[in-house]
Design a protein around this ligand. Structure first.
Ligand SMILES: C[S@@+](CC[C@H](N)C(=O)[O-])C[C@H]1O[C@@H](n2cnc3c(N)ncnc32)[C@H](O)[C@@H]1O
Length: 451
């Protein structure tokens, strides 16, 4: 493909043909692809070129000459620009279709013939997140919280995050003001100076309990006793931690986690069970949609009470414990030790006796099970974005579970893995469940049945 004669800062009119998986408008100049921020299919925009690469480039819409009927008019551009809610300029009904289509595209690319159902959306697709991790920086002499501009580490100051529980937004602001009161400094990334890098807040949807984690570059924070007392003055804060992360890294939490006050965990409920959540444990961020996701996944497992089930990538045990009353036995496998401790406690708290939990990598544990000729009837997998490890596919083919329920947060790796399993498994329809409204993230559930 010929690179057209365009360069950074050029301005030109573009016609938007499609929406990329990241939610950017796709335009062509000759045959050259440009990904355009804040532009929707069918729109004509005046754009400025941000970057021209070898095979594609990036641009930003400055004004819209012809608007899409699917554009949400009154949304603040800051949400699209910062990446907290990069699809918030697209009508919600269209976001749901976009997610269904993305799954179809990834299946087609992998030459898989799989029906994709309509995306199960939310009635109120805002303010759903039960967890925030907001970056903190020292800006104009003040500790400031906000969100990164997309694809950068430039902080845009923000107080209303649109998709987070408003009580979390209020708590971030309150904590920020307490830190300012005691002259604590925000992180200065370019100089590797300053103190607070991130404020993390979790709020349990059902119990209202909150956990605050202050992530600091340094251990010493003057007035930490006063800061602790001020933060704990809100009776909803059940747990306050200081985490130390002195590394140059994008990973949010460092190794040292110190409880400053309150309990080591908070409690929440899903589908009638109580769960304890530690700061490092994975916990689904959309509480109402989690119940729909789990119900769907458990339905697809078609349990009769006689099956041995593995809940792989089990986090704090929520999927396994949600189906334990319909199975003979459940084993959860999870690599984060704190999460496994939570899972064991969660089984006990809920009086569930037919579930156990193992610390380890799913691929390593199931490889050993294959060698030991252990039997599994149903395998639930809920891996992180990178999907299943290649070696796990071999173990699955040795263990031969009758059914697999694949919960995925990344259509591309889902399609790759389903293709690898399609010789030995019949692949049923896939259902996207919108766990992340206003963003381009796509969660889905697919059932596989042994041929
Ligand atoms: C998407 S979360 C799902 C957690 C849980 N099923 C839930 O619904 O809350 C993925 C989990 O897999 C864990 N994990 C990542 N790689 C793993 C691996 N190779 N083996 C086992 N667990 C892994 C992560 O720590 C995380 O808890």
């Amino acid at each position: 493909m010929e690179k057209p004669n365009i360069k950074k800062n050029d301005k030109l009119e573009l016609t938007i043909e499609d929406l990329s998986y990241e939610g950017k408008g796709v335009a062509k100049v000759d045959d050259f692809t440009l990904f355009v921020d804040n532009a929707l299919p069918g729109e004509v925009v005046n754009a400025v070129i941000l970057k021209v690469g070898k095979s594609y480039g990036f641009a930003k819409a400055l004004d819209i000459v012809k608007k899409s009927p699917d554009r949400v008019e009154n949304i603040d551009n800051v949400y699209v620009r910062t990446g907290i809610a990069p699809l918030s300029h697209l009508k919600y009904s269209e976001q749901l279709k976009f997610k269904q289509k993305q799954l179809q595209i990834d299946f087609q690319k992998a030459r898989l013939d799989i029906d994709v159902n309509e995306t199960l959306g939310m009635e109120d697709p805002f303010h759903y997140r039960n967890k925030a991790q907001v970056p903190v920086r020292q800006i104009n002499g003040k500790l400031t919280s906000g969100f990164y501009r997309r694809h950068s580490h430039d902080l845009v100051p923000m107080e209303d995050y649109l998709i987070q529980d408003p009580k979390i937004d209020a708590e971030i602001k309150r904590v920020r003001d307490i830190l300012r009161k005691y002259n604590v400094r925000g992180f200065e990334e370019s100089k590797n100076k300053g103190q607070i890098r991130t404020i993390m807040v979790r709020r349990a949807y059902y119990t209202g309990q909150m956990m605050v984690v202050l992530v600091s570059r340094v251990r010493d924070i003057s007035h930490y006793k006063e800061i602790t007392a001020d933060i704990m003055a809100n009776p909803e804060i059940k747990s306050l931690y200081l985490n130390i992360n002195s590394k140059t890294t994008n990973v949010i939490l460092g190794r040292d986690m110190m409880l400053l006050a309150g309990s080591a965990y908070i409690d929440d409920e899903i589908l009638g069970h109580t769960y304890r959540i530690s700061p490092r444990s994975f916990y689904q961020v959309n509480p109402t949609q989690t119940q729909r996701l789990y119900k769907l996944a458990v339905d697809k497992a078609e349990l009769t009470g006689k099956e041995t089930v593995v809940d792989a990538y089990s986090g704090i045990g929520t999927i396994g414990l949600s189906l334990a009353d319909k199975a003979k036995h459940v084993t959860g496998i999870e690599m984060v030790a704190d999460a496994v401790n939570d899972a064991k406690q969660n089984a006990e708290i809920n009086g569930i006796e037919n579930a156990d939990f193992i610390v380890g990598k799913t691929e390593t544990v199931l490889n050993q099970w294959a060698k030991d000729k252990k039997k599994v009837d149903v395998l639930m997998v809920d891996p992180p974005r990178k999907g299943l490890d290649n070696s796990l596919i071999d173990s699955i083919n040795n263990i031969k579970p009758k059914r697999i329920v694949y919960i995925s947060c990344n259509p591309a790796t889902l399609a790759r893995d389903l293709k690898l399993l399609s010789d030995t498994y019949e692949i049923g329809d896939a259902t996207p469940v919108d766990m992340f409204p206003m963003t381009n993230h796509i969660e889905s559930v697919t059932k596989l049945t042994r041929k």
